[in-house]
Design a protein around this ligand. Sequence first.
Ligand SMILES: Nc1ncnc2c1ncn2[C@@H]1O[C@H](COP(=O)(O)OP(=O)(O)OP(=O)(O)O)[C@@H](O)[C@H]1O
Ligand SMILES: [Mg+2]
Length: 230
Amino acid sequence: MDLTLPAKVHENKLQILGKLAASLTHEIKNPLSVIKLNLDYLKMSSEKYDEETLECIDASLEAADMIDKLIYNTLEFSRKYRDDFNHYCINEIINKSVSITKGNANKKNISVQLKLTDGIPKIKISEAKILQVLVNIISNSIEASEDNSNILINSFHNNGNVKVEIIDEGLGISEEKINEIFNDFYTSKENGTGLGLSVCKSILEEHEAKFELKNNTTKGTNFTIEFKVE
Ligand SMILES: Nc1ncnc2c1ncn2[C@@H]1O[C@H](COP(=O)(O)OP(=O)(O)OP(=O)(O)O)[C@@H](O)[C@H]1O
Ligand SMILES: [Mg+2]
């Protein structure tokens, strides 16, 4: 394959990133198990804490669990089988993603409002990967939003599909950037990697889910995901 210079640089970056991911994954395991052990220990004395502290412990345990699954998925990276796909209610995964991102939303006093349809059909997905997608999208919304604003998450059943919408009132995306944001390494943030949405894109493609990120007519963005009901 005859690659042009930018494509070679890009491929080189991806190779370095692959090695970095593998070594990071390996090294994260030990400190993560210490964090989990300590959180489990705190949870054992739950009578000592108020409700808010217990919620923080639970959210931290869920986040640690998420890292555990990410490590597993990274190690299984080369396998693209749908072996961890099962039937889940999307509302459960939305609730988990909201509890994981709650700390960051609280820091900016952002209210995350949920309008989840009860009894929505289950969809066949990888729980860990869709949790990863939702955490990435909600994190982007939080980062794009001003203090004291709102983020709305809807789930509903539409034309035989399950739809999820994440709507923020943040910065929005300029028309010339809208086609670039899903590219690897595209970021407008000082500390961003620009990998969040490209990871979301490949996970959602693997799920054969349709997705779209567009500006709202008023302010901010609307990320819509549409899953087939299998
Ligand atoms: N809800 C949003 N509102 C406005 N801009 C957004 C939103 N979501 C994504 N973007 C734009 O898309 C870019 C790419 O997002 P992506 O999640 O891939 O990377 P990032 O957020 O910059 O970095 P990282 O995910 O590593 O923190 C962002 O830098 C931002 O410019
Ligand atoms: Mg991001």
